[in-house]
Design a protein around this ligand. Structure first.
Ligand SMILES: *Cc1c(COP(=O)(O)O)cnc(C)c1O
Length: 388
């Protein structure tokens, strides 16, 4: 079935009450009929719930629905996006292994790879994966255990050719992991391009209303089963309440993504024509260097738009302080539009020269375009940009 149908219907199970909406099972554990049944459940000889750190009916419905949307065999939910990423690297990497990671990853992912994993003997090589030749050369040279990326990247919306990177990763026996947070399965299904695992921060578009934290890992049964074994012991499982909120979020995901894309396109086109804007980063603009790849790989260009104003940090801060409708917050993927200055927030801990090499300049502003009327968003940006 199609995404709009799966988003509403996939994965639902009903209790004997035959409730119409998905039920919320707020229970930490489940009761057994006998000592023998308890033993059988623990041994895995009998199907059924045991304890909510392992599995819970509400969480299971969310997992099935997201697996259906991503076109994956199995999904396991986690307490946050970072918990999903941690679970994947802890499951598949051991001391001595290497990771090839794309530049322009989410800040906490960079920190995890650069500071925490190194203490366990797992090292990361940062590669410009959006440059296909550089990606292939680096992967063949490093022969990593994992190749890890986000596409489009944050905040500069650079795309990675997923089919190409998947092919080279598999040639050297690496697993290819894609963080699909920006596109969601509605706009891009990395598994269809050969990725082995997809990770999600459900906190962003999947909830879409800024309420709960959550994460997920999706892929082939054999791989996700291994992640499940790690998670059951290690602990960062998704709360049933958050899963229930996220299930309702998924129902409207296809409609919301359509609106995010349309509104972002209108905002990007407005910014591209504004005299005080020196550059716009948005895959939906024909001027974007990877516009053709975006059309091939994605079913929409997403809701994230970045742009530069002339005149360094002070000018960018002035625009941010003058907007009234956009919230100044680092969150994204929300119904409410948000505005951020990456160089002093999400990328603030990086050395200035590292930041400059990444292209995150002082005049750069990132927008997550929400569900407000785009005319109001444009009017707000216009007054903020024109008063200078
Ligand atoms: C927010 C985010 C994460 C981390 O997710 P949390 O739910 O905050 O732990 C990972 N990747 C990307 C691209 C994100 O935007």
């Amino acid at each position: 079935m199609k995404a709009k149908t799966l988003a509403v219907r996939a994965g639902q199970t009903r209790s004997h009450f035959q409730e119409h909406a998905e039920a919320l099972y707020l229970t930490s554990s489940f009761v057994f009929e006998s000592a023998a049944q308890a033993a059988a459940r623990f041994a895995g000889d009998e199907e059924g719930f045991v304890y909510s750190r392992y599995a819970n009916p509400t969480v299971a419905m969310f997992e099935s629905r997201l697996a259906a949307l991503e076109g994956g065999e199995r999904c396991v939910a986690t307490a946050s996006g970072m918990a999903a990423i941690l679970a994947v690297v802890m499951t598949f990497c051991q001391a001595g292994d290497r990771i090839v990671a794309g530049r322009g990853l989410f800040g906490a992912t960079q920190q995890l790879f650069a500071t925490i994993l190194t203490r366990f003997g797992v090292t990361t090589e940062w590669v410009e994966l959006s440059d296909s030749d550089a990606a292939a050369t680096a992967i063949r040279r490093v022969r990593p255990r994992l190749v890890y990326c986000e596409s489009p990247t944050n905040p500069l919306t650079e795309l990675i050719d997923l089919a190409l990177v998947a092919e080279v990763a598999h040639e050297v026996g690496a697993l290819f992991v894609v963080d699909n947070c920006f596109c969601t399965p509605i706009l891009q299904q990395p598994l269809a391009f050969g990725a082995d695992l997809v990770v999600h921060s459900a906190t962003k578009y999947l909830d879409g209303q800024g309420r709960v934290l959550g994460g997920a890992v999706v892929g082939a049964q054999v791989l996700v089963d291994e992640v499940v074994r790690f998670l059951r012991t290690a602990g960062p499982s998704l709360s049933p309440f958050n899963a229930w909120v996220l299930l309702k979020g998924l129902e409207t995901l296809p409609l919301r993504m359509q609106a995010h894309c349309a509104h972002a396109q209108a905002v990007a086109e407005f910014l591209a024509g504004h005299p005080n804007v020196t550059r716009v980063y948005f895959p939906g603009l024909p001027s974007h260097p990877q516009h053709a790849l975006a059309k091939r790989q994605q079913r929409g260009f997403g809701g994230i738009v970045a742009f530069e104003v002339a005149g360094e940090r002070q000018a960018a801060w002035q625009v941010i302080d003058r907007v009234r409708l956009f919230s100044i917050t680092a969150n994204l993927g929300d119904a409410k539009s948000t505005i951020t200055h990456p160089a002093s927030t999400t990328h603030g801990r990086l050395a200035p020269e590292v930041r400059a090499a990444m292209g995150v300049r002082e005049g750069l502003i990132r927008l997550s375009v929400g569900l407000e009327d785009p005319e109001d968003l444009i009017a707000d940006l216009d007054q903020a940009l024109t008063l200078r």
